[in-house]
Design a protein around this ligand. Structure first.
Ligand SMILES: Nc1ncnc2c1ncn2[C@@H]1O[C@H](COP(=O)(O)OP(=O)(O)OP(=O)(O)O)[C@@H](O)[C@H]1O
Ligand SMILES: Nc1ncnc2c1ncn2[C@@H]1O[C@H](COP(=O)(O)OP(=O)(O)OP(=O)(O)O)[C@@H](O)[C@H]1O
Ligand SMILES: [Mg+2]
Ligand SMILES: [Mg+2]
Lengths: 256, 256
């Protein structure tokens, strides 16, 4: 029975896509069957696993707007046990096209219900926004991972994001949980980074993953080769961090 | 006669807000009268200059939706010659509220026309999106600065952004120019960063500013003190980079 996890934060550049790709690849390396859903019109997750977004003919857009079965669109990647439902620039129009539909928040949930049984985990990469496509992802999800960059501006938006999660829980998806808050791009030499870690752990306590993702240039380089960080350099800090995160999530969900 | 410059890129976390605040402060330090318009519901530019977004009663939202004159809302900052038209979370709703208005793309342009004469420069900080509020900023602007982070994913979205600028130029604002592409968070030790700089300079030639903004921790720390980087540490690399950018823009516009 697949678990759907959304990766969301309206603050830009905090590591949503990097987490979706590398947590996905790590769960795949631990023998779980994983699908990444690229719900961002930038389609960074699609290119990050080695596909060219320009060659993508059908994407998540067709699933939520034209009711195409995602099973007919999903593509395999070179990473073991990892498939992708590609993103596409057409998603920009989806927000406006869905506005007047009766079930506008549930379109993605209905689309993904066709393939939920085929995977152990489905990971949805969201765009830096709390618009209708991201709300769709939160309605489709069983839980949400909130990446928190170890920078000052990243702290500011957390309250608003948690508010949105509460609204979705109350009105649209009562089973939505917070899988955890993931501290990203941590550089232990920086005073500000250490302050952010302390502040987040103090405020959010056991919601915060024990695993912290360190700043690691290999995480930035891997997508330029169309590879996950495990394929690019399985021994680097970034790969070790994301494998630890995968294990922590499996333990938490009694799936080791 | 004020020049309006939008800072836009739908890729998140590339340095839009950091550029709006510190280019604004630098132009102010060079005796120009500057207004920052915070058109991002995250309101990072507002908090970055030392204001608390929670205490903001009226913002850019009231100007574009309720036709309040911005002159009645603008606030002074502690930075010389620098005012701000604050942002607010209500902007999230603005996209939907404007959709059916006849002049929906021109609301911000009409609002800012009331105060354009009061400033030498008006700098608009945009959210990581190409939605209606960002299109409004591009319609109000005389030119646009495109921050490009020295990372792989940052290259991917440039084509789409330049397309959007072309569409706005053709349909909505024929005088819109590209002020320049600004390379940000450059770390000269990283191979990937050097590859990105080379690629951007090769493709976009004289559109690329000579000034490059180096990765500099003081740029991340300054907003946590509610200060611009010039107030925080005027001798640091980040402050020097943004002062050089301000001078380069003044020279380009024959305003030295
Ligand atoms: N731990 C890390 N160490 C070093 N670089 C990282 C790390 N995590 C992400 N990056 C790089 O930082 C940039 C931002 O990360 P990413 O694109 O994953 O964020 P995002 O939240 O998905 O951005 P957006 O809001 O645009 O969707 C990317 O260029 C990525 O390669
Ligand atoms: N040159 C730099 N060196 C070091 N840190 C930087 C630099 N420029 C920006 N930062 C930091 O990187 C993070 C992202 O920058 P910023 O918030 O300005 O980007 P943005 O494009 O405005 O993000 P968003 O897409 O969320 O609006 C911030 O925490 C900021 O303090
Ligand atoms: Mg992303
Ligand atoms: Mg910003």
């Amino acid at each position: 029975m697949g678990k759907i996890i959304a990766i969301a934060n309206q603050k830009g550049g905090v590591g949503k896509t990097t987490t979706a790709i590398n947590l996905g690849a790590s769960l795949g390396a631990l023998e779980k069957k994983v699908l990444i859903v690229d719900a961002d019109p930038q389609a960074n997750a699609t290119s990050g696993v080695g596909l060219d977004p320009k060659n993508v003919k059908t994407s998540i857009y067709e699933c939520i707007i034209h009711n195409i079965n995602p099973a007919d669109i999903v593509l395999h990647t070179d990473s073991p046990n990892l498939d992708i439902l590609p993103g596409h620039i057409d998603l920009v129009g989806a927000e406006i096209e869905m506005i007047n539909l009766p079930n506008r928040e549930k379109m993605m949930r209905m689309a993904l219900s066709n393939i939920k049984e085929d995977y152990d985990f489905i990971i949805i990469d969201c765009s830096p926004s709390l618009g209708l496509v991201t709300v769709n992802a939160l309605c489709a999800a069983d839980s949400v991972i909130i990446p928190v960059q170890c920078e000052y501006f990243a702290l500011e938006g957390l309250g608003k994001l948690l508010n949105t999660v509460k609204i979705v829980q109350n009105l649209l998806n009562k089973d939505l949980e917070i899988e955890g808050m993931l501290l990203t791009m941590y550089d232990q030499r920086l005073r500000l980074a250490n302050q952010v870690v302390e502040e987040v752990k103090m405020h959010f306590q056991q919601l915060v993953f024990n695993t912290i993702i360190f700043r690691n240039t290999k995480l930035g380089e891997a997508p330029s080769h169309g590879e996950t960080v495990i394929m690019f350099d399985a021994t680097c800090k970034g790969a070790v961090n994301y494998l630890n995160l995968a294990r922590e999530i499996l333990q938490k969900n009694n799936l080791t």
